[in-house]
Structures are given as C-alpha cells and as structure tokens.
Design a binder for this molecule. Structure first.
Ligand SMILES: CC(C)(COP(=O)(O)OP(=O)(O)OC[C@H]1O[C@@H](n2cnc3c(N)ncnc32)[C@H](O)[C@@H]1OP(=O)(O)O)[C@@H](O)C(=O)NCCC(=O)NCCS
Length: 193
C-alpha cells in the first residue's frame, strides 16, 4: 500500500465492485472521462478480474484502488497505463467516483502518490494524460501536481453527438523529483489483503 496525506492506494478488492458499479453508471462521472456506455455487473466483474491482476512490467498497466487513509472508504481508482519501454513513459488516469467525495483534496493527493509510484518505483521518465479542457477541476488538480499543458488535440473525442478537443498534459521525472526526492512524502507498507 502507498499512502499520501489523505489517501491510501491499495490493490483492488472484490468488495470495491459494488461502489464502482453504482457510480460508473452515472453519466455525471462517465462524461468527464469520455466513457459513453454504462457497464453491467457482469462486464464490471470481467473488468475487475482482468484489471486486478495486471502487472505493470508484463501488462503495461496497473490499476489501484484509492481509499480514504483513515476510514478505508473506497474513493475511486488510479491507473497507470501504456507503460512503454525503452521510452519509460506512461499515462495516468484518476477518478474519484462519488461526487460527494470530490473537491476534498483526494484527487490531488492520489495523483501525487501515483506519480511517486511511477517515478520512484517503476522508474518511469514521463507521464502524460489527456482531459477535456473544460474539466477545470481536473486541469487544476493536475497542474497543482506539476503537470504542464503541452497541446490540444482538436476535435478528437466523439462524445454526446459532438467532437471535442482534448488537452494534453505531461510531467517529467526531473520536475517531480525536485519536489518529491526519494524518501519524501509517501509511506509504504505491505498489502496483506
Ligand atoms: C478530477 C478529479 C480526479 C479531481 O479530484 P478531486 O479530489 O475532486 O480534486 P481536489 O479536491 O484534489 O482538487 C481540486 C482542485 O480543483 C479546484 N477546482 C474545483 N472545482 C473547480 C472548477 N470548477 N474550476 C476550477 N478549479 C476547480 C479546487 O479548488 C482544487 O484546487 P486547489 O487545490 O488549488 O484549491 C475528481 O474530481 C474526479 O475524479 N472527477 C471525475 C472524473 C475525472 O474528471 N477524472 C479526470 C479525467 S482526466
């Protein structure tokens, strides 16, 4: 497990499925991440079985549950994907599922912990993402973790009947390391679940 100030990132558990299903099946969450279709329980269970076993070195991907550090409440998921060697780059995705839990600092804290894992554990060199430019909370969250705006993919994402732009952001290892050198910020413990 990896701890930030407010969150813990741990392996996915079967008991997370109910909460994921409930919130995934709201347009309010899905439209912000460009996922147009709802998921059945069977599809979510299939996703869980595949995703909970991913190995960043073999499958180019790792997805962890974001939980509240003190209460253990499931908050959402954090993914590093498209991990590529020899480039040592990856892509990040963060979702806080329940709207009641947003804007409480969890997303920013979780993003920092994922970056810590990416740079300090996986040895990656560059992490990127894309997001809708009008997802101002997400843009602010990523900027406060050190991501920079690097470009705009024009009318690239088809969503709700229209093509939308996507803002591309990235952060380099050396930029993150200035603020979070080895040993800084993140506590670790063994996940015994
Ligand atoms: C985007 C997301 C991960 C951010 O996590 P969060 O826990 O809600 O955000 P935080 O509380 O850590 O930080 C939000 C920041 O945005 C700011 N913010 C909130 N609403 C805002 C708005 N409408 N416009 C501009 N900034 C806003 C907050 O003030 C805060 O910035 P600050 O720390 O400088 O004050 C979360 O809201 C989420 O999962 N949203 C749905 C899925 C999604 O959009 N994922 C990202 C797709 S790339």
């Amino acid at each position: 497990m990896y701890y930030g100030e407010l969150v813990c990132l741990r392996a996915l558990r079967e008991s997370d499925i109910g909460s994921m299903l409930l919130h995934w099946n709201t347009w309010e969450l899905r439209h912000t991440i460009g996922a147009p279709l709802p998921r059945s329980r069977a599809a979510m269970e299939e996703w869980f079985v595949r995703t909970s076993k991913t190995d960043p070195w073999k499958d180019d991907e790792i997805t962890l549950a974001i939980t509240e550090k003190r209460s253990g409440e499931f908050l959402g998921v954090a993914t590093l994907r498209a991990i590529r060697s020899p480039h040592n780059r990856g892509r990040i995705g963060i979702s806080i599922y329940d709207s009641e839990n947003r804007s409480k600092g969890y997303g920013t804290d979780a993003t920092r912990v994922v970056l810590w894992i990416a740079f300090h554990i996986l040895g990656l060199h560059s992490i990127s993402l894309d997001t809708f430019p009008d997802n101002e909370r997400a843009v602010r969250t990523y900027e406060s973790c050190g991501f920079k705006r690097v470009g705009l993919l024009r009318k690239t994402e088809f969503m709700a009947g229209q093509h939308h732009d996507l803002l591309v952001m990235d952060i380099l290892r050396e930029e993150f390391m200035q603020e979070y050198p080895p040993g800084a910020f993140v506590e670790q413990s063994i996940d015994t679940s």
